[in-house]
Design a protein around this ligand. Structure first.
Ligand code: SAH
Length: 283
């Protein structure tokens, strides 16, 4: 590492006083930060972070003040407004503000709302995308979010709306029919209702489901189950959010591609879980 080039800082964007950079921190593993995120962490003098930002990531900004913007216990919308206005306030005080959010700031993360408030108040912004848990988290479980033999589309859904209810706006029959793979964020609270809706819509009881909790962190756990049994299995395993739920046959690929298991010496359980023929046999 010592011989590798330092970030060519002069060519990289400068976080000026009075600006807010809205940045994705990825799903957990600090190695999944982007170089733009690292560049931002090095320059910020205040970092406002969410509950899902892995604490080790803040170690990359030792010079900055760290402010926790968790939303537990308050009315979500009121608290969200407070966070946005706090960003405006810090920018107006001439701070170099880094707003750090789990995953990607524009994927179920209210990044759009915060950015909108900043723009409405005349605060200059930069957006730094991140690796979303629904893609990177599944990859760490050995699950490709698309796989040629399984799906030509993928649907990302949120398991509850702003009020914490199961989202009434989702057309589960349409999603069920239109998408072979469904990736559910924030789905643990209402998993029983979601699974029932998908079964009602005609998805098979035996459909594979994988649930990845604390994905990409040292605490990562993966539960492999089915649509019919997932609710009971979650309760039995006593797993807790945050979790990404993958519904669809691509979840079976973990049997071949559990690369973390392989690194720990566990042989793949099945080299052809989709039954499409081993490479040597295929045309
Ligand atoms: N902007 C984030 C999502 C925020 S919504 C992103 O792009 O990833 C919060 C939900 O994201 C959680 O309820 C969970 O469903 C999912 N999530 C975020 N980080 C996760 C992680 N490390 N492991 C599993 N799920 C995660």
């Amino acid at each position: 590492m010592t011989d590798s080039p330092a970030l060519p800082v002069s060519d990289w964007p400068v976080l000026h006083p009075g600006w807010v950079w809205l940045c994705g921190a990825g799903p957990g593993d600090p190695g999944l930060l982007t170089l733009h995120a690292l560049n931002a962490l090095r320059q910020a003098d205040v970092v406002i972070f969410d509950a899902l930002v892995e604490p080790a990531i803040l170690d990359w900004a030792p010079q900055a003040e760290h402010i926790y913007a968790g939303k537990r216990g308050g009315k979500p919308s009121a608290v969200q407004r407070d966070i946005s206005l706090q960003l405006v306030d810090l920018a107006r005080k001439g701070r170099r503000v880094l707003r750090l959010k789990g995953g990607d700031p524009f994927v179920f993360g209210r990044g759009g709302e915060e950015a909108q408030t900043l723009v409405q108040h005349g605060v200059p912004i930069r957006i730094i995308p991140g690796i979303s848990a629904g893609i990177g988290g599944l990859a760490y479980a050995g699950i490709p979010v698309t796989h040629r033999d399984v799906n030509q589309s993928v649907t990302f859904v949120t398991g509850h709306d702003q009020s914490g209810n199961a989202p009434g706006s989702l057309d589960w029959p349409a999603i069920s029919k239109g998408s072979q793979v469904i990736v559910i964020y924030m789905g643990m609270k209402h998993i029983a209702r979601i699974a029932a809706a998908l079964l009602d819509a005609g998805r098979p009881a035996s459909e594979p489901v994988a649930i990845v909790t604390d994905a990409t962190t040292p605490r990562q756990q993966v539960l492999e189950t089915t649509l019919a049994t997932c609710t009971a299995d979650i309760a039995a395993a006593a797993i807790e959010p945050p979790a990404i739920i993958c519904v669809g046959r691509s979840a079976l690929m973990r049997r071949t591609l559990d690369w973390q298991g392989m690194a720990a010496g566990i042989a793949p359980r099945d080299l052809d879980p989709l039954g499409r023929g081993r490479p040597a046999e295929s045309a």
